[in-house]
Design a protein around this ligand. Sequence first.
Ligand SMILES: Nc1ncnc2c1ncn2[C@@H]1O[C@H](COP(=O)(O)OP(=O)(O)OP(=O)(O)O)[C@@H](O)[C@H]1O
Length: 425
Amino acid sequence: MPAAEMTAFACPLPLGNSSVIYCFPEIGCRESLPTRMPFGPTFAVKTSPRMLFDIFRKPKHIDLELLAQDHPAVRVSNLRKTFKKRVKGSGSKKKHDLTITAVDDLSFTVPRGKILGLLGPNSSGKTTTMRCMATLSAPDSGSIQYYGIDTVKEASTVRTMLGFVAQSAGLDKVLTGREHLELFGGLAHLDSREKQSNIETLVELLDLEDFIDRQTGVYSGGVIRRLDLAIALLHQPPILILDEPTVGLDIETRRVIWDVLQSWRDDGGTIILSSHYLEEVDILSDHIVILEKGVMLAQGSSTELKASLGGDRITIRLNEFTTPEHAEAACNVLKQRGLAQAAIVNRLQNNAVELVVDPHNATIGAEIVQCLIEIGFERLFSFAQSKPSLDDVYLAATGRSLLDADVQAKEARSDKAVRQENMAK
Ligand SMILES: Nc1ncnc2c1ncn2[C@@H]1O[C@H](COP(=O)(O)OP(=O)(O)OP(=O)(O)O)[C@@H](O)[C@H]1O
């Protein structure tokens, strides 16, 4: 995390013999930072005794029932966040500031007891949005409110309402899972009985029995993720923010996490979740926001977004190596003859022809094949017809699939950026 973003309520906990863990106790969030990075002194300068007192004060009672009468659980209004980056100008050695707009004019609301899924490729602004929502980063403009309580004006109250699972967990390798839960339960001012009862429930729910009394240094990625989620849920926050909670996990572990999130939602919890996995967003989310380059391209429920696309989808590869000209020509003819409602060439998928067709016409596939034979494409390489998927929604909004967008975003990052990113993990 850049020094400029280190907020006042961060508290470095030198636990065990691993790296310093910056701990945001009120939201159950930890970020471990490489100790050689110069954050320690920055932190010392920025933190006053009054702020440290704020960290450990007992959370005040908030009457959500009362607040819920007038406010949605989450309201994000015109959120904008930019970053400055020093870059070399082309052809000169002089560096200048480049402004990166990570999130631009983003607005959405989430009712109580619903899951909102933020979907987007790498660098689309998901993490930045979530960090602003978790009070770890201040918006340039716009506002975020939980039950009408503003994240900037009443940050310390807001933090008592949040559970946050960051992209990478900051756990101490020497402490056991149970010791982590005890520590965070204490920092959240849970009384002893409530703490023990919540720990036992979460250990069982998240299938942690075999690991909870072992040091976290021996945990696999899946167990770390489950413990991380348990820490975020320990103080039973009404709002849960999860930044790619199941990235890199096997399907079994993902299902355990999905089950816990669904029952948390069914009990009235509100969840904001970011993910690269279309399936995950589709299964879990009541409402989906599609982001690209910090801008919202579409929002709605999965059913609404798919229905907005109208017809069935057909993907055709004319030949193994189709030229863009041939694919364009086929699209034009199919549209002219009224066989496709929409037709685009997907250049990132070997110039595949992507069509939207009438879902009520049972012979549409055969008619399209016949038309393509007539214009010279006698042996099609592949042909697939399906109902619209979330990836089709993404494709319609951006002209490329989410997977292709991810590959492009990764290719666009310099080697240096990737090295720095890996260092920070
Ligand atoms: N601290 C920062 N300093 C400079 N630029 C940043 C910073 N944080 C994010 N960015 C830039 O803001 C943009 C959005 O990044 P962000 O991490 O929010 O995207 P993301 O959708 O979460 O991506 P990923 O899926 O890879 O985590 C990117 O261009 C990124 O390089």
